[in-house]
Write a protein that binds this ligand. Structure first.
Ligand SMILES: *Cc1c(COP(=O)(O)O)cnc(C)c1O
Length: 370
């Protein structure tokens, strides 16, 4: 615990280890774990996350874009890095940093082979992504002929893995749909392996896939949100530990008389004497306007204080009428008692969005109690 004097995002590496061990405990010992550290490590600190995960033995990393992979390489990450959504314009740099592309369309495959051949690559590792129902990125099953023909024409590349992504693994009402995705992936991979003549790593589970579909872990799983301490469900949230705690302080306290208004556009009108605290964090820091007007809340001395009025760029105001507190006291935006998933839900969104929005302006404080 630090003594909070300004807005900080505390990053707890012991919690990351805990979540890693918890997720590993759900896997057969032979199943590899890929850690997804895109979007600044879900808003935390990708380099701190990856460095620690590499130390404790993670098998693979994934990022969304080439620039994110370069940042990891420049920080000394040696573990293989899958780039989930590369663009052709970055393929040369991707090869230079030995990042491994997700190849998700005939256009991307063609372009990648051209560049890999130009650069005299031999068996450059790539990952073939199939669409099994998310309809976002990926080849269709009927692209297999094309893929195999292109691969057999060149020795510049090698298929290191074949993967797909589940659309609703956290939603128990969509179990039939998810099982359908799992089945079509199985069918696709059988055909791919038969045609390739070798067996790549197969993977399709994200965090909720790991937790809800143990029969679908295959050779590797891709954990994002679970590593950061959220399981998309209360029963898993209670087993995991949030890695990032967002904390701030009370800058100033005001007392509003009945009828007085607060903040931009006078969005809040006091109906009775109202004590408010101004907190130095705003929409430029990732607390978007959707948390204003009592949708979101903070915690002060273990009590909820709702955000009143509109969220400003650099500040929020919260209602502390019933809370004993003073200027300089700590304000918790989220931590292990006040979960980011609960706050996100109260404003109609999900933990992923709240976490990844926390802007680089907020100081990261790494806590390493290992
Ligand atoms: C982001 C992402 C993941 C991680 O999902 P979580 O639900 O955070 O575990 C896994 N696979 C792909 C393809 C992704 O884009």
């Amino acid at each position: 615990m630090s003594d909070t004097k300004e807005t900080i995002l505390e990053i707890n590496l012991a919690h990351l280890t805990h979540n890693y061990i918890y997720l590993k405990s759900k896997l057969h010992p032979d199943v590899k774990l890929l850690a997804v550290v895109k979007a600044r490590g879900y808003g935390s600190d990708a380099i701190a996350m990856a460095t620690h995960l590499q130390k404790i033995g993670v098998d693979y990393f994934a990022v969304a874009y080439v620039s994110e992979g370069i940042a990891l390489r420049e920080a000394g990450i040696k573990t293989p890095i899958l780039v989930l959504h590369p663009q052709v314009v970055n393929f040369s740099t991707l090869i230079k940093y030995h990042l491994e592309p997700s190849i998700y369309s005939t256009r991307i495959l063609r372009e990648f082979i051209t560049i890999a051949e130009e650069k005299n690559q031999k068996e450059y590792p790539l990952h073939i992504k199939f669409n099994t129902g998310l309809n976002r990125l990926g080849f269709w099953e009927n692209d297999i002929d094309y893929i195999i023909n292109r691969i057999q024409e060149t020795n510049a590349i090698r298929v290191t893995s074949i993967f797909s992504h589940l659309a609703a693994s956290e939603d128990h009402n969509e179990k039939d749909f998810t099982l359908g995705q799992i089945n079509s992936f199985k069918k696709i991979t059988l055909e791919m392996i038969d045609r390739l003549g070798y067996v790549p790593i197969l993977h399709q589970c994200n965090t909720s896939g790991i937790l809800n579909y143990p029969e679908a872990h295959l050779d590797m799983v891709r954990a994002g949100i679970g590593l950061y301490g959220y399981g998309n469900e209360a029963k898993y949230d209670s087993e995991l530990k949030p890695v990032a705690f967002l904390k701030s302080i009370i800058s100033q306290i005001h007392t509003l008389e009945p009828g007085e208004t607060l903040g931009y556009n006078r969005a809040f009108t006091a109906s009775h004497f109202t004590k408010t605290a101004t907190v130095p964090i705003g929409h430029a820091d990732g607390i978007s306007r959707q948390y204003g007007n009592k949708k979101g809340f903070v915690t002060i001395h273990n009590k909820r204080a709702y955000i009143i009025g509109n969220v400003c760029m650099d500040m929020i105001m919260v209602d502390i009428t019933d809370i004993e507190c003073k200027e300089g006291d700590e304000v918790v935006l989220f931590d292990d008692n006040s979960s980011a998933s609960v706050i996100a839900e109260s404003a109609g969104t999900i933990s992923y969005e709240l976490l990844t929005a926390i802007s680089p302006r907020i100081k990261r404080v790494i806590i390493d109690n290992e």
